[in-house]
Structure formats: structure tokens, C-alpha cells
Design a protein around this ligand. Sequence first.
Ligand SMILES: [Zn+2]
Length: 259
Amino acid sequence: MKPRKLHLPESLLQSVRAARNIVVLTGSGLNPASRLPLARDGMRGLWARYDSAALATEEGFRRDPALVWAWHEERRRRARLAAPNAAHRAIAELAVRSPGAFVVTQNGDTLHERAGSPRILHLLGRFDQPRCSACAMPYTLAAPPAKPGRQGPFPPPPACRICGNLVRPGRLWHGEPPASDVWAIAKGLAAAADLILAVGTSCETPAAAEFCYAAMADGAELVQINPNPTLLDRVAAHNIKGPAEKILPLLLARAWPGA
Ligand SMILES: [Zn+2]
């Protein structure tokens, strides 16, 4: 069967070319092409027997901090071993064509950084930026090991060097709102944006949905690039169905032919 030719409307290409402040909002749909599990899939292998929701909640951390810490450390390790894919590279390239472009990611890895995107906001925290669970003092971690650690008993998380309380993972818990300083930056980006490219995200986290609605209320156009329908399909100017790593390079090539 011949693959259907992807239709990228001329009005979309014009919007992308004309936009002065593009925000690329990314999510875990960028993961599979870098062989990282999706956020909600949990982890295969030795971690499959744990409930990933319990591992990403504050209650879970209170109940068993060592287990939750070890799971986040394993995610940090895998994220560090992963390589940016064609979607991350195209998003970095977009900032060359459209110098106002900014990345707002819900992902905890550093694949946008390693692909070369110059301006990145991590809406939901980073695996490699843990902090004290009591005083919020950042905690610096050594590089993760190349091989997975033993499956329990897990050592406890490190203690804060200032107050001695447990250090918590750098990712937000499920349902936890973004840090106020991060959210203030996000709101500023939403207000200034004229185009939101929502890529590999269903915008189901409240922060992502609120970000898109705030931007649209301030006049931004929403374009979604995602394999599946989302709750925002009806309000988006364009819904391009498919994987980001295929569509983004095409979008750039057609928006700036010969560049
Ligand atoms: Zn502390």
C-alpha cells in the first residue's frame, strides 16, 4: 500500500513563516522515536510490576521514598542514554528559521537541549533537577550509571545539605501544578505567542491545556501535530495527524524551501 501523501495546507505554511513568536509545546509523543516509554505507560521490564501512578504521586513518595526515588533515577538514566530524534532536531532547526521560537516541554529529559534548541522551559520539571522536599534547595546529582541498578532493597533518597530532609525527584507529581516561577514564564510566553505548535501532546495535563487556552485567548493560533485526536481538535486552526518525527521535518522543508 502506498502511503498517503501528507497534506500541509498553504495557510499553515504561511502562518509558520509569518509568526514572530512560535511556541512549540511538546509532550511524551516525542518519546517513542527516541525509544523512551510514554509518560503513562510506566516502564517495562523489572519495573512493570509497579503501578506507575503510585510511583509519581506525593502519597507514593511518603509511603516508600526509596522506591519512588529509584524509579525516577531509572527514568533519568534511560533519558540520559536516549538520543534526540528527527522531531527534536527539526524543533531546534525551527529556531534558526524563526528566531523568536521557544520550546515549552512537558518532558523531563534533556533531548531538546541536546538537539540544540536555544530556549526551553520545562513545564513539569526535569529528571536531573531534584530538590529538597522541605526547603526546595536544588540538589546536584552525579551522572547516572550506564547500567540499571539492582531491584531493591533501594537506598533512601539523598538528604538535603541545608536542612537534612529528603530530596525529592525533579519531576512534578501527577496533578501537581508547575512551580510559580515556571508558570509565570509560561504565561508570558503564552501572551506573546502568535502560534502554538502542540507537538506529540494531547494537552491533557491541566498546565498544557491552560497554556494553550491562555495563548489562544491572547490571539495565538493553535496547530496540533499528533497521531491521535485531542480535546483541542475543535479549537485548533490545524490538526495534522501523524508522528512528529515525520511531519516536522516536512513542515520545515515546505515552509522554507531551499533553506
Ligand atoms: Zn532542605
